[in-house]
Design a protein around this ligand. Sequence first.
Ligand SMILES: NC(=O)c1ccc[n+]([C@@H]2O[C@H](COP(=O)([O-])OP(=O)(O)OC[C@H]3O[C@@H](n4cnc5c(N)ncnc54)[C@H](O)[C@@H]3O)[C@@H](O)[C@H]2O)c1
Length: 245
Amino acid sequence: MQKENKKVAIVTGAGGGIGAGISKKLADDGYRVVCVDRNFEAVSRVAAGIEDAIAYQVDVTIETDILNLQSELLKTVGAPTLLVNAAGIFFLHDVVTLTEESFDKIIDVNLKGTFFMCKIFIQDFLVAGSGNIINIASTAGLKSGTNRAVYSASKAAVIVFTRSISADYGPRGIRANCICPGLIDTPMANWIKEDTAKFRAWEKTIPAQRVGTVEDVANAVSFLASDSSSYVYGETLVVDGGGIS
Ligand SMILES: NC(=O)c1ccc[n+]([C@@H]2O[C@H](COP(=O)([O-])OP(=O)(O)OC[C@H]3O[C@@H](n4cnc5c(N)ncnc54)[C@H](O)[C@@H]3O)[C@@H](O)[C@H]2O)c1
């Protein structure tokens, strides 16, 4: 039985900036949030500040970690109805010098991790006859950018992966959509703020005239999680202050 009949949402990368913001918003929307991250200290801190949230240490690149999470949830809070994949890594790189190991790291977390989470929890959704998946990609997956070729490719792959699972499982009650944030003010984006003048100048180049916040992304997740978006399937929602418009 689900506690107090609350619907259960899983958020990966919940120990980080965007995942934490999404977790808070979904709790406000009435979900019991399962906060998942490979960094247990960070995710425990986030979950402790959210009503009814639970923290789990899961590395999304390890399938057995996720299978353990799935069976643990079935024994405790019940199967999830919503899966938000926000775990991700980013670092600047040059294709010529990027090692195979670093290439694998980016693809493993950003693409394979999203694949494993979807693969396993789609099974619960199929049993229930419904479910909702929201994958956090990036505007990097929609356009060129310097020193991020493999990160961008991983996010482009997440976008088309999401569209494809929407086509495969939409007819069986599962919605899947993507959010593409632009630059969002989290630790992942700290590198760009090192040059304050350049950063302020960049902000003035986009229609919204400011960097994005985790709340901007969380509000988009809240919409895609809600029945207000019940006819939205396989969509890519850009949340970037108009940067690529
Ligand atoms: N911050 C931005 O400007 C921005 C822009 C576009 C897209 N994004 C995407 O949004 C998502 C969240 O980014 P963020 O800014 O909150 O970054 P963040 O670094 O603050 O958080 C990422 C979280 O993912 C976790 N994580 C990394 N590898 C993992 C693994 N193997 N298993 C489980 N957890 C793992 C980290 O521990 C961290 O807590 C990422 O997918 C990122 O690519 C971020």
